[in-house]
Design a protein around this ligand. Sequence first.
Ligand SMILES: [Zn+2]
Length: 170
Amino acid sequence: MRKPGKRETGNGTRRPLPVSAADEAGIGAALAQARLAAASDEVPVGAVVVRRENPIARGHNETVARGDPTAHAELLAIQQALKTLGADRLDDCTLYVTLEPCAQCAGAIVLAKVARLVFGAYDPKAGMAGSVGDLLRHPKLNHRVEVIGGVEAEACGELLRDYFRAKRAE
Ligand SMILES: [Zn+2]
């Protein structure tokens, strides 16, 4: 079991770090998005992009509604943030997402040069911020992202467990 609020260093060592109030609030906002997803019968993952303490974009999974398996919360939030800013990079932004990003979304985080990623639950099956692999701090990639994982991991994971439990019961 990983403990919450640890800065990931990407080399196997993890230094404990107190989670800031701003990061707690950011994950809280992402959780609100995840609950919206659950309410529309989407896999409950939510994301928020924050720039200088202001939320500038929000998203939740819309893979069912859009019939698009790539419509993940953090990808939609990144796209919206870029559009809102009229910019091609988010190098002064923090992305909050309730679940560790997959390969696609980790790729988008690198391409959009997101400065920081704070995520909730780890995803041992698909997470590319340390679980399955690590695209965000790949030694050969130009852009490295500051990553903090496991913030409010229990609440973020519980939403997902409830969703899949209900699906299996259908
Ligand atoms: Zn993804």
